[in-house]
Each structure stands twice: as structure tokens, then as C-alpha cells.
Design a protein around this ligand. Structure first.
Ligand code: NAG
Ligand code: NAG
Length: 150
């Protein structure tokens, strides 16, 4: 990424003033990532419960209703590859816990297609967890089954 005057401006603000808290989401020199967890379970089925966290952030328990998008964003770290978010899901007396972000190019390790959008979209369905992928050959987005509930 080229260093522009805008970046230098923000860097100066960061160094010279206490404004850095409000600038935190600007992602100076690094990429901004988004993670979306979308409840695609059948309506009138048991309530989905989601608990997501990283080493530094704990989002607490969330109860997204059907079609609700629970999401957050964060800045990639400049000198580290170690950003990691994980979630624990409970539904219909089943539960599952896994990393929803541990790879800045693929969202999670070992996917077939890299994610150029920096946008990790997960869907929770009755047959398990799907991650959106972009097939660069066919130029189409599709939901890829990542794992089941059991
Ligand atoms: C992301 O979550 C916020 C609430 O925190 C919600 O208002 C917004 O609609 C969500 N984004 C999308 C794309 O649904
Ligand atoms: C099966 C496989 O490809 N596993 C790899 C998944 O990604 C991690 C981290 O990049 C590798 O260490 C594994 O070998």
C-alpha cells in the first residue's frame, strides 16, 4: 500500500494529540477486516447463541435472530500474522467452537480461494457453518460448507 498524505496526516494527529482513540478504526497502514456471522437457521427453531472473542476483545453472548447479521471490524496488525477471532455457537442442544478468522488472506487457513474483500461472511445453517468464497475462475461468490454441527 502506498503511503499517502492522508496517512501522514493521520499519523501526525496520532503522534501530536489524544485523538488516536477516535482514529483507531481508520486502520493506519494496515487493512481493515470485517467478520459477519449471519443466522440462516429456520425461523421458529431454537434460539442461536453466539459467543465470539479474540485475545483482546470479548463480544459477550449474542442472540441473533433469523437473517440477523452479527458483525465486527478490526485492523490487521502491521508486524504480526497472529490476529485470531474464535466463536462458540449453541443451537438446538448442539454446540461448536472454531476460529472464524485466523488468516489475513483466506479468513481461515486452508481454504481453496483467497478472500480479496477482507470480508469474512459466515452463515449458520441447520446443516452447519458456511464461509463465503469467490471463485476467481468463474467470478462467482458461493457459500462453501465449512463444518457441520457435530
Ligand atoms: C452489522 O451490525 C450492525 C449492528 O452492530 C447492524 O446494524 C448492521 O446492519 C450489520 N451489518 C450488516 C451488513 O448487516
Ligand atoms: C491440511 C493443510 O493444508 N493444513 C495446513 C493448514 O494451514 C496451516 C497454517 O497455514 C498449515 O500449518 C497446515 O499445514
Amino acid at each position: 500500500m502506498a503511503i499517502s498524505f492522508v496517512h501522514i496526516f493521520f499519523l501526525l494527529l496520532l503522534l501530536l494529540s489524544p485523538l488516536h482513540l477516535s482514529l483507531a478504526k481508520k486502520c493506519i497502514f494496515t487493512e481493515k477486516y470485517e467478520v459477519h456471522i449471519i443466522n440462516k437457521l429456520p425461523p421458529n427453531s431454537p434460539q442461536l447463541k453466539v459467543h465470539c472473542a479474540s485475545k483482546d476483545n470479548d463480544f459477550g453472548m449474542h442472540y441473533p435472530i433469523t437473517n440477523e447479521d452479527f458483525n465486527w471490524s478490526f485492523c490487521g496488525l502491521l508486524f504480526s500474522e497472529t490476529t485470531l477471532y474464535f466463536c462458540h455457537f449453541w443451537w438446538n442442544s448442539k454446540d461448536k467452537a472454531f476460529d472464524v478468522f485466523n488468516d489475513k488472506d483466506y479468513c481461515v487457513h486452508n481454504q481453496t480461494f483467497p478472500n480479496h474483500l477482507k470480508y469474512c461472511k459466515w452463515e449458520v445453517r441447520s446443516d452447519g457453518f458456511y464461509l463465503e468464497q469467490y471463485n476467481s475462475d468463474t467470478k462467482q461468490y458461493f457459500m462453501s460448507h465449512y463444518m457441520g454441527w457435530s
